[in-house]
Design a protein around this ligand. Sequence first.
Ligand code: F58
Length: 834
Amino acid sequence: SVEASIPEPLREAWLKHSASEFTTKEEFEKELVRHIETTLARSLYNCDEHAAYSGTALAFRDRLIIEWNRTQQRQTLSDQKRVYYLSLEFLMGRALDNAMLNVGQKENASEGLKDLGFRVEDVISQEHDAALGNGGLGRLAACFLDSMATLNYPAWGYGLRYRYGIFKQEIVDGYQVEIPDYWLDNNPWEFPRHEITVDIQFYGNVRKYQDANGKTANSWENGEIVQAVAYDVPIPGYGTKTTNNLRLWSSKASTGEFDFQKFNAGDYESAVADQQRAETISAVLYPNDNLERGKELRLKQQYFWCAASLHDIVRRFKKTNRAWNEFPDQIAIQLNDTHPTLAIVELQRILIDLEGLSWDEGWNIVTKTFGYTNHTVLPEALEKWSVPLLQNLLPRHLQIIYDVNLFFLQQVEKKFPNDRELLSRVSIIEESHPQMVRMAYLAIIGSHKVNGVAELHSDLLKSTLFKDFVNIYGPDRFTNVTNGVTPRRWLHQANPALSALIAKKLGGHDFLTDLTLLDKLEAFVDDKEFRAEWSEIKTQNKLRLAKFIQETTGFKVNPKSLFDVQVKRIHEYKRQQLNIFGIIHRYLTIKAMTPEQKKKVVPRVSIIGGKAAPGYWMAKTIIHLVNKVSSVVNQDPDVGDLLKVIFIEDYNVSKAEIICPASDLSEHISTAGTEGSGTSNMKFVMNGGLIIGTCDGANIEITREIGEQNIFLFGNLAEDVEELRHRHLYGDFKVDPQLAKVFEAVKGGMFGDAKDFQALCSSIEEHGDYYLVSDDFNSYITTHEMVDEAFQKQDEWLAKSITSVARMGFFSTDRVINEYADSIWNVEPLVVKD
Ligand code: F58
């Protein structure tokens, strides 16, 4: 039971005045004006759009707080099992529009704002994106939060409150320039909980001692202490009162004796320096996408966040006075990739060093509690930490890791006697110089379930990276949970007109919480009027994007053209280089045409957007080439509207919301076997765009759901990649002849200094073409020709578009979360009533 701070006889006064929620336009206006005049100290004489945004956000925030408090109370009282989702990244985007739609008051707010002189879209667009993530992994975490709340699961997210999110990208002379994203000023969506703090230790040493029962115990001592402070963000579910919590930790210097000693000794400067050093831990999100660099500060971030979260979870558990062995019945913790793997070690440390459980009792609890999701098979993205680094920063944790490894290897030895090779392959410690800790192995050994994020990806994990572990543990520990996206943000919010049309046909918005209902749309595929409405919505969305492009790039694009989009992080494995080489091929082809031939060309706008990691030079070169091609092609009178090339600067969540609904075709063209799942593929199809893609990640399941005739697949298969790479290196390798022509143009200086792009060409021509750009080029070009043909038959194209949307029900994160809940977490929903 929880203790209430207000005794029973006094509660009546509280309940009488307990805050109420606005439900009409007038009530909203009253709240809005009150916030603008009092909270913000503005008036009708100086209320600009930003103040209108702040006022609106505060009005909605009040509503969220009420429901959030109730939810948390209910969840605590009901004492059910909770899920904790540990992720170093939550790529949330904007919150206001989402809050309006999820609490169902957008209409009233919109009308109310109009009465007071504002347009709701302008107000919404004042908000700064919360960009605490790199790409797919971070956005997936945000979609999961939305679905967990919508499905009424008692669930919390735990993350870091970075002062700087992912950098802002500017393009200067065609080059990417990074600008820090300082986003925290006036953020109405977070609540500092200055009273909720955890002291986190680093460095120091381990002392052995005899405990009260005469057993040897370990104590971690003399470290440096940093304080973790909680900041809470309410996560409203759609169409439910459930409002869950996202807790982000911020670092600050401990107010312990250390500093006081320094202050007292008059060492003011060094005390301030300590302060700053502590704050550095949560200062910045590392901007690498699928690359781990092994920096000490990154490891500090990881431990800081894991330890703070675990202590918070354990503190909450201890309040229930349950026996420790009930811990896994009350708590499920999901690790979003290996970044939170230290949480496994930290829980074991808490149980054996601080709570006095035996190793086996502790480890049994730990493994029942954790689940681990892997997002990539790329070797350069697999986390490894050097033993000396861990020894210095977390000496006790390293000991525990060694013990986990020892007991694990003993178990393996028992099952597979005398297989020394196997032991060295599966050891958590890699015998390199320096020795390295393989975090994925530690995560597997410390969890009861390991999952990949799409079928092909999970199969590859089982047959390659984690093969030995499948033999050791049996296949049941490994499973697949194919990714999804939340239809609230990616259909309803991003594409309100399409959502409304679907609702009109299906008799309501129920499909937003049961996406499989979309299948009822298939009945209308041949309905002429419906098709026309569908088509008109796409046109309007394309006009909106065309306007955005003109405002941001100055280029005018014809909205009747085929909009061909590739937006995602820039990476060689995602193959934006294949796309831009394909575009150059198209450009050369058009330039060689007679006027008669040109008449048959389907006009295209090729749109590319995405950030390159600041240290990823090849990715930056790709961006540079795209921008150079853009400036040449877009000014070429020989080409006119037949081809335009647009680079979208600073691609982020809120831009994705404009771009996804406006695509005719989007590109998901990774080298087969390299993309874990991909999730933008799902967003585009859900918005009625067709896709061109390789047999990779979730493209395969999308194809299975929507049908082969509704997707443009091309390229080599994952099973052939290894063989092809081998042949590049040891056989005779010749660049595809059409690609060779593209290289000639680039090397001839058609797009500026050839030297700038030398590396891009030579990685293919001379250095083994690891990503199979040349092998897939012909198939890619031919498939684009099929796209052009198909686009000319607009009626058939529309039928494909509608049919695809109708068959996308599987890709909602609601399905995904229910799968995790049933097969990994074993948690039940808890409905929050008034
Ligand atoms: C992505 N990973 C996968 N990692 O690449 C993508 O296929 C998948 O759909 C998505 O996860 C969701 O499962 C990804 O985005 C990162 O950005 C990490 C950030 C931290 C460093 C290592 C990469």
